[in-house]
Ligand binder design. Sequence first.
Ligand code: GTP
Ligand code: MG
Length: 302
Amino acid sequence: MGSKRCGRVSIIGRGNVGKSTLFNSLLGEKFSIVTKWGGATRQPMTGILNIDWGEVVLVDTPTYIYPRNKLEKIMLSFIKKSLLSSHLALFVVDATFPPSPLELEICSLLRKSKIPSFLLINKMDMVKDFVLEQRMEEYINAFRKTFFYEVMPISAQLGDNLPLLLKRIKAYLPEKEPIFRNPPRPPEELLLKETIREEVTNYYHDKRPQSMEIIIKEFRRPEKKGKTYILAFLYIEDERLFPKIMGYKGKLLNEAKHLARLRCERFLKEPVYLDLILREKKRWRNDLEALKEFGYVKKGIV
Ligand SMILES: Nc1nc2c(ncn2[C@@H]2O[C@H](COP(=O)(O)OP(=O)(O)OP(=O)(O)O)[C@@H](O)[C@H]2O)c(=O)[nH]1
Ligand SMILES: [Mg+2]
């Protein structure tokens, strides 16, 4: 008794560096969406990892970005709130890019938060060994004002160095008995919405996916035999883009719908009938009412 370690660990970093990939890899389950475009994760996703030595409450935080609209301001507030209650921060950077001014800002936030932080240089599988060494030097030099307890190259995708990372995490968590015997999972409907959003926005990755949103309007399981029915709206900000999203005779939207339905079926492990309807919500990322409707504004936030 008393020898277990438990605590909350937040994953933080700019867009597209691999935070969600790391989160999913550590948990061994796919909770967070992974996309080809930056700005994918918009609200924190929490997952609980039970290991022989204790329990890690992992939080995948939204993309850290200079906020340009209300949604991005909310995303930033989610990150700050998550840091406040964490025992450790994992700051993820991308080995294929040099340090950026935005990342210096993240360092300054970490310094102010005073929580122990690790610097994780991700996508080590993408660069040659000598380039990785140079990159690590570059990051350490650029971030020298910030003290990192560990600096580690990793590959979130291939799992390289992740067992070592977990071992190091243990040392920074307080001694405590685990709380969850059966760790709760994120709500099924949220995971489903995110699954559709991942498939659809990856499909439309060249058509301003940042301005797209998926909302599940209906989710009905069959009473006896038959398919589960899902009605989802794909919101975009400008109806002038409808023809580009629909494609000739609706071909593109049908294809996106087909791919999303297959993903829903894999996720729910049951046959699904998916209706995907295109809708306009003008400037929703700056519209408080729309942000409430889409679930980004909760009581006490903003
Ligand atoms: N080669 C390689 N690719 C990776 C690795 N980790 C992530 N990626 C890829 O990088 C892209 C972005 O990954 P995400 O996990 O969505 O990145 P993120 O930091 O969560 O991005 P946002 O949510 O937009 O802030 C995806 O195409 C991933 O497949 C890695 O270790 N190696
Ligand atoms: Mg993400």
